[in-house]
Ligand binder design. Structure first.
Ligand code: GTP
Length: 198
C-alpha cells in the first residue's frame, strides 16, 4: 500500500567544497543527518536517507521507520535530482518532503507551512520555497507526479532541478531574508560552517 507522506533526506553528494562528508558534520553535537531526521520525523510516515556509499554504514541512531539507501545504479552520483528519484523509487507515496542534509538549521514549521498550502491546491502540485527571489528546491514538497519526468531530465544530461520545475505544476512559497538566516542556510564550505556557529 502506498504511503501518503515520505521524507527524503539527501546525503549523497561528494562534499568537495567542504572537504569531509557534510552529512556527518555536527552542530551543537548533533550530526547534520540527524538534524534533518528531527525536522521531518514529526511530519511524515517514513524517512529514507539517500546517502553517499562512503558514509552509508556510518549513519547511526536511526529507528525502524528510517532506511538508508544509495542512489539507484543508473543515476548514481548524478546530483540531488538523482537522489530524489532514488528515494521515490524506494518508497512509493503521494508526497515527498525533500530535505538536503546540509541545511542544519531547517525547522519542521517550514514544511508544515508548505503542506498547508499544498492541501489547498491540486494533488499533483509541488511546493517550492523561494527566499529573496531564489528558489530552494532542496527543502520542498514534491508530488509523486514528477516521478516519470526525472529520468527524462537526467538522460538529457541537464540534471538540473530547475529543468524539472519548468515542466511541473509548481507553487512557489515566498519567505523573507530573516527566514533565510534562521532556517534556509546551507553549508557548502568550512567558511559557511563558521558563519553558522558565530
Ligand atoms: N543522493 C544524492 N544526494 C546528492 C547528490 N549530489 C548532491 N546531493 C545532496 O544534495 C545536497 C546539495 O549538494 P551540493 O552541496 O550541491 O553538492 P555536494 O556534492 O554535496 O557538494 P560539492 O561537492 O561541494 O558540490 C547535499 O545534501 C548533498 O548530499 C547525489 O548525486 N545523490
Amino acid at each position: 500500500m502506498n504511503l501518503n507522506k515520505v521524507g527524503i533526506i539527501l546525503a549523497g553528494g561528494e562534499s568537495r567544497r567542504y572537504g569531509t562528508p557534510k552529512a556527518l558534520e555536527k552542530l551543537n553535537g548533533i550530526p547534520f543527518y540527524l538534524r534533518a531526521v528531527d525536522v521531518l520525523r514529526p511530519l511524515v510516515e517514513r524517512i529514507v536517507i539517500v546517502a553517499h556509499p562512503s558514509i552509508e554504514n556510518q549513519l547511526n541512531e536511526l529507528d525502524d521507520q528510517i532506511d538508508v539507501i544509495t542512489d539507484v545504479v543508473e543515476y548514481k552520483g548524478m546530483g540531488p535530482l538523482a537522489g530524489i528519484y532514488s528515494g521515490i523509487k524506494y518508497l512509493p507515496a503521494a508526497d515527498y518532503f525533500v530535505l538536503a542534509s546540509d541545511m542544519p538549521i531547517m525547522r519542521s514549521s517550514v514544511f508544515q507551512q508548505q503542506y498547508a498550502v499544498k492541501k489547498m491546491l491540486t494533488s499533483d502540485c509541488t511546493i517550492i520555497p523561494c527566499v529573496d527571489g531564489r528558489i530552494q528546491p532542496l527543502a520542498a514538497i514534491y508530488s509523486a507526479s514528477i516521478t516519470e519526468l526525472i529520468p527524462k531530465i537526467l538522460k538529457s544530461d541537464k540534471r538540473r532541478l530547475t529543468d524539472l520545475l519548468q515542466q511541473t505544476n509548481c507553487a512557489y512559497l515566498h519567505y523573507t531574508s530573516e527566514e533565510r538566516m534562521s532556517c534556509f542556510k546551507n553549508v557548502n564550505t568550512p567558511g559557511d560552517y563558521i558563519e553558522l556557529t558565530r
